[in-house]
Design a protein around this ligand. Structure first.
Ligand code: GAL
Length: 374
């Protein structure tokens, strides 16, 4: 199965937008290996929109890579990415044009799937702009799913219709391995908070084989690049990454990893957070306490091997006290059991907690524990 656990990788859109080329991709591939991101699990290097010529080849009907941006063609780029032990991702759209007005795959699904297979692609992000009004979303996504499944190569299918047509109710049946459920992220606290909260009731639909994709991470962008906005603080990036990990969202890096700072590199390589994200059971967390209109909450994810991940997060703009009762997790006091908590951000800090746990969280901050019942 291609998405037994949430896919991890890098996508060009957040930082580079249309300004992509062979050099950026090759250097990013080098850095993914050098910085240990590949070893941490980030395996897909995905080229987003704006990679092709404006029109298909008049004779073959194929999409053609931009000859200035990619002078050696896509197979060359893909071979380089593969030579680094990484996987290679491409982008297209279910409409007649992509969102940035390049050729889309509408009515060319099988030809394009074979073209991507010829490039050696392992991943396809499939957008939703400019589809004919008379067409239907589920059918368009099914068409590309079947094209990919019959193109002669295993290609992970990443649907991107921004949550329209109640996508979570049918996208799994359409064959996608992950699906964007919201509009585009920008690099600000409000953007990622609202994207996350809009999906908090939908993660029950997300599980192995088809994961809810709440967009590429902005960790490390600090307001620069294509979707750079106000930028985020380090605390906010920590919270963004914790939310994505806890809720089994695909982890697609979006910053310029050639320039990533030490704080963000350590954050996105945090082995405990990644373990929570990649847990093979892929269960959605349940909420044990919430207040402030749902912006301050504690949730628990039951993991494999009898471990539990606990997220305590404050998405409000002022400090809050937050508690949880072991009773609400499913550990009644009469059992005499307690929890051994290990801080996911500094695993030398383990401590025992009985009946209730309470502390204060600063605005926008979070705390994550991995717990065992003892
Ligand atoms: C949007 C999509 C973005 C990016 C962009 C490219 O529709 O949500 O993630 O792919 O198109 O034009």
């Amino acid at each position: 199965m291609l998405s037994r656990v949430p896919p991890m990788g890098f996508n060009t859109w957040n930082t580079f937008g249309p300004d992509i080329d062979e050099t950026v991709i090759l250097q990013t591939a080098d850095k993914m290996v050098e910085l240990g991101l590949k070893d941490a699990g980030y395996e897909y290097l995905v080229i987003d929109d704006c990679w092709s010529e404006r029109e298909r080849d008049a004779v073959s009907g194929k999409i053609v890579p931009d000859s200035v941006k990619f002078p050696h063609g896509m197979k060359y780029v893909s071979d380089y990415v593969h030579s680094k032990g990484l996987k290679f991702g491409m982008y297209s759209c279910a409409g007649v044009r992509t969102c940035a007005d390049y050729p889309g795959s509408f009515d060319h699904e099988y030809l394009d799937a074979v073209t991507f297979a010829e490039y050696g692609a392992d991943f396809l992000k499939y957008d939703f702009c400019y589809h004919p009004d008379t067409s239907n979303g589920p059918l368009l996504y099914r068409r590309m799913a079947l094209a990919l499944r019959n193109c002669g190569r295993d290609i992970l299918y990443s649907a991107c219709n921004w949550g329209s047509d109640e996508v979570n109710t049918w996208i799994r049946s359409a064959g996608a391995h992950m699906y964007r459920s919201t509009g585009d992220i920008s690099d600000s606290f409000v953007s990622f908070r609202d994207i996350f909260l809009s999906q908090i009731d939908n993660f029950a639909y997300s599980s192995p084989a088809c994961f809810n994709d709440i967009d590429m991470l902005t960790v490390g962008m600090y307001g620069s690049g294509n979707v750079g906005a106000t930028g985020c603080t380090d605390v906010e990036y920590k919270t963004q990454f914790a939310l994505w990990c806890m809720y089994s969202a695909p982890l697609m890096l979006g910053c310029d990893i050639r320039k990533i700072n030490d704080f963000c590199l350590d954050l996105v390589k945090n082995p405990r957070l990644i373990r929570i994200n990649q847990d093979r059971e892929g269960r959605p967390p349940f909420i044990v306490t919430k207040h402030s209109g749902g912006k301050v909450f504690c949730s628990v994810k039951i993991m494999s091997d009898n471990e539990y991940a606990i997220l305590r997060v404050n998405l409000d703009d002022s400090e809050h006290r937050l508690y949880f009762c072991l009773e609400d997790i499913g550990i009644p006091a009469a059992t005499g059991k307690s929890l051994m908590l290990t801080d996911a951000f500094s695993d030398d800090r383990s401590f025992r907690c009985g009946e209730i746990y309470a502390d204060h969280l600063a605005a926008h901050d979070c705390r994550v524990f991995i717990a065992r019942i003892v």
